[in-house]
Design a protein around this ligand. Structure first.
Ligand code: FES
Ligand SMILES: [Fe+2]
Length: 475
């Protein structure tokens, strides 16, 4: 399969497959430098980062073009020929299981004149036929047919003209990630100690976790970072933004993250990830609200099991744009709470505008009835645009990007307050007995998780690897 046509990269490459080094505009560079300085020294963020064309163009290259990005879960494409359209940044890719059973991430551009091949969002096919001149590719990406080949392309070697693949692809316990930079660190190194938390999400369900239904998608006039930073996690907003949903009983009050409750923990700067979890009753077996017959803790360590047993709600973000929420909620205030996991991807569309994708997952060995309920509860709460909680967030994040794009914000270098939890600012304290990786806090009045996300953003925009070292980078 043809992948690299240029034998010798130009001198400006910073590694194989990295492509020409990206020259950020001076203005964007100044914003990045100011973001790093003000975040570290003052706990503040220049509002421009949430809506600026130069910053957005740089993000596509420095962040989405250089770091590991979620593509999909293998349970979405269980059969040979199953495929779905996906995006890495704004770039189009086909997530496909080939006839040989292998999962691939193919660049969705015909090797002839470049037309996009995939028009349906998802489906099953043995071949992709280009709508332009009819070149046809197997679901493995190999070129299978060229119209009028013997008259038009006598000398063409089909082996050189297959579809291109994402240079780095990994399957992490069913989650497929891709990276457009060949010399990036391996995914597991990138994920680092956050694996301890992610593994709980993926392994707590009996039979593993399985995607239920198609991912839901909606466009929002919000910057992709607003979603990532909120899930990273801002439980401070829950009791205000989501007050109406809590008042009518769509979520337990315990998930609202009210101030200073001893059972709350914030966990920060664990390599590429941040998470906030709500630990309820340590002696109960909560497991995110799953019926115990659908829970399997056999692959977890005792500390992981202990955390999951006490956990009623958790949100997190893996840099750059994959978030998750694992929660017990309900679609009927008279019915029991039901647990579900949702992956959320904040797809960058343009400065201050994104498309949100939401996958709902349930334990693979749960009953069909439970999976359907998990799906319905997800849709009614956090995992769909009409969810009682989700629509609340959309109604506030767009205001962030609107103001960030203003002349006032630019002229007055308007800055946002991300100071909560900095020394002397709140009563939150590091829990020295926290048994998971990273820092644990004794309540949720702490925005280290958000500062961690924006600290990683600064590193990525500056061309560095992401990942926070403990405790030097805690800011
Ligand atoms: S662009 Fe695909 S066949 Fe010509
Ligand atoms: Fe929210």
């Amino acid at each position: 399969m043809a992948t690299e046509e240029d034998a010798s990269p130009p001198e400006t490459c910073d590694g194989p497959g990295a492509g020409p080094e990206y020259e950020m505009s001076d203005r964007a560079r100044r914003i990045v430098e100011e973001q790093g300085r003000s975040l570290r020294e003052e706990g503040m963020l220049p509002s421009k980062v949430f809506n600026d064309d130069g910053i957005f163009e740089a993000e596509l290259r420095q962040i989405f073009g250089r770091h590991w990005v979620f593509v999909g879960h293998e349970s979405e494409i269980p059969e040979p020929g199953d495929y779905a359209q996906r995006r890495i940044g704004r770039d189009p890719f086909i997530f496909v299981r080939g006839e040989d059973g292998e999962v691939r991430v193919l660049f969705d551009s015909c090797s002839h004149h470049g037309s996009k091949l995939c028009r349906a969002e998802q489906g099953n096919t043995s071949h992709f036929r280009c709508p332009y001149h009819g070149w046809t590719f197997k679901n493995t990406g190999d070129l299978a047919g060229v119209p009028l080949k013997h008259q038009a392309f006598k000398g063409l070697d089909p082996e050189e003209w297959g579809l291109h693949e994402a240079p780095r692809v990994t399957n992490y316990k069913g989650m497929v990630f891709a990276c457009l930079r060949e010399d990036a660190p391996d995914f597991e190194e990138y994920l680092g100690d956050f694996a301890w938390y992610l593994d709980i999400q993926l392994e707590i369900g009996k039979g593993g976790m399985e995607v239920v239904g198609e991912p839901k998608r909606w466009i929002a006039d919000s910057d992709w970072k607003s979603g990532a930073d909120n899930f990273a996690a801002d439980s401070y907003h829950t009791g205000v933004t989501h007050r109406s949903a809590l008042d009518v009983g769509f979520g337990a009050e315990e998930i609202s993250g009210t101030a200073g409750q001893e059972t709350h923990r914030h966990v920060t700067h664990v390599d590429a990830g941040s998470t906030s979890l709500r630990l309820l009753h340590p002696d109960d077996e909560i497991y995110y609200g799953y019926p115990n017959e659908f829970v399997d803790t056999s692959s977890l360590s005792e500390d992981q099991r202990r955390m999951a047993a006490a956990c009623g709600a958790e949100t997190g973000t893996i840099f750059p744009n994959l978030s998750f929420i694992h929660v017990a909620a309900t679609d009927d205030p008279d019915d029991d709470l039901a647990g579900y996991l949702a992956f959320r991807q904040w797809q960058p569309l343009e400065a201050g505008k994104m498309q949100a994708w939401s996958w709902i997952l349930a334990p693979a060995d749960a009953s069909d009835e439970y999976k359907q309920r998990a799906h319905d509860v997800g849709m009614a709460t956090f995992a769909g645009p009409s969810g009682n909680f989700e629509q609340d967030d959309m109604a506030v994040w767009d205001g962030v990007s609107e103001a960030a794009g203003s002349v006032y914000a630019e002229r007055h270098e308007f800055k946002l307050n991300y100071q909560m939890g900095r020394p002397g600012m709140s009563e939150a304290e590091i829990d020295e007995d926290w048994y998971g990786p990273g820092l644990g806090w004794d309540d949720n009045l702490e925005e280290g998780t958000l500062r961690t996300f924006h600290g990683n953003w600064n590193k990525a925009m500056s061309g560095e690897e992401v990942g926070m070292s403990y405790p030097e980078d805690h800011i």
